[in-house]
Design a protein around this ligand. Structure first.
Ligand SMILES: Nc1ncnc2c1ncn2[C@@H]1O[C@H](COP(=O)(O)OP(=O)(O)O)[C@@H](O)[C@H]1O
Ligand SMILES: [Mg+2]
Length: 270
């Protein structure tokens, strides 16, 4: 059995792939070795994983470099993070090519073709930005609380739209397009409005970059992975028909753990 581990900036995910079934655990730990050891321990506790059953540990993510050649005596294979992102996203979405956008603490964008995987870009706007701005502007430190507030927010008191400046559409830009995030913070804007506007700014920044990257790398499908992919679902529900990124963005099942799954699948192939 192969265990895939993604030691990320915020969380460490570990997966076991067993006859088409996927078992996952997620833990938070600052030290990468403690995180990897803890993740294996949790797989043992939750799913009865035994050390002897582990053929290899496929490790990826920023913390993987801290691991040695073995973990609890089991061999460790280091998998390139962009490869793990690409293989994880495309395999979960059942595509042989796609643009995979990993929405974690930060954002990485990978173009996958049957013959090659290329890191095409990314942005420092990501999940860390969401939590940092929420803490700085609102004193809010959990996603749950932020979502609760955003559910009562109204973007019209914070974001400047094309309609605000032009009275209607500009060329092919619909009137409700954002002209400037936070470009119109009203005197009566509430913390709830700002919570929604922070989320909206992050989703729009990443969404626009993803579409431009898909165009530049000639990809039709855009697959979202990482825990911040849930923010796209949240904004889609909040904005309904006004959500501009609905159709082209796929969020496959297990998207939260895609990179760990990609590490395990890459090791399986080798
Ligand atoms: N329930 C949630 N809804 C939306 N975003 C979330 C949720 N839980 C965590 N996040 C965001 O996901 C980010 C971490 O994503 P993750 O895929 O674990 O990244 P990494 O691999 O960098 O550790 C956090 O910075 C946080 O903003
Ligand atoms: Mg991760």
């Amino acid at each position: 059995m192969i265990v895939g581990i993604d030691i990320g900036g915020s969380t460490t995910d570990a997966v076991i792939l067993e006859n088409g079934r996927i078992h996952v655990v997620t833990i938070e730990a600052n030290d990468p070795i403690a995180a990897a050891a803890g993740a294996l321990g949790k797989l043992a506790a939750d799913f009865g994983l035994k050390l002897d059953d582990i053929e290899r540990v496929a490790a990826t993510g920023a913390g993987a470099r801290a691991l040695g050649g073995t973990l609890f005596g089991r061999p460790v294979l280091k998998v390139d993070e962009f490869t793990a992102i690409g293989i994880g996203g495309t395999s979960l979405a059942r595509k042989d090519q796609a643009l995979v956008v990993s929405l974690g603490t930060g954002t990485a964008i990978v173009s996958v073709r049957p013959d090659k995987i290329v890191h095409v870009g990314g942005t420092g706007i990501g999940g860390g930005t969401l939590l940092g701005l929420a803490k700085h502007m609102l004193g809010v430190v959990t996603i749950e609380r932020l979502e609760e507030m955003a559910g009562k927010g109204d973007l019209r008191r914070v974001d400047l739209t094309v309609r605000d400046i032009a009275g209607g559409p500009i060329g092919d830009l619909p009137a409700n397009t954002t002209a400037a995030n936070f470009g119109k913070v009203a005197a009566d804007a509430t913390p709830e409005d700002k919570a929604l506007a922070i989320m909206n700014m992050i989703v729009e920044s990443i969404g626009v970059l993803a579409i431009a990257s898909a165009r530049a790398s000639n990809q039709e499908d855009i697959v979202l992975t990482g825990k911040l992919s849930r923010l796209f679902k949240f904004m889609q529900d909040a904005k309904h028909r006004d959500f501009p990124f609905g159709r082209r963005f796929l969020i496959p099942e297990h998207a939260d753990y895609a990179t760990a799954i990609g590490a395990a699948r890459t090791a399986q192939k080798e």
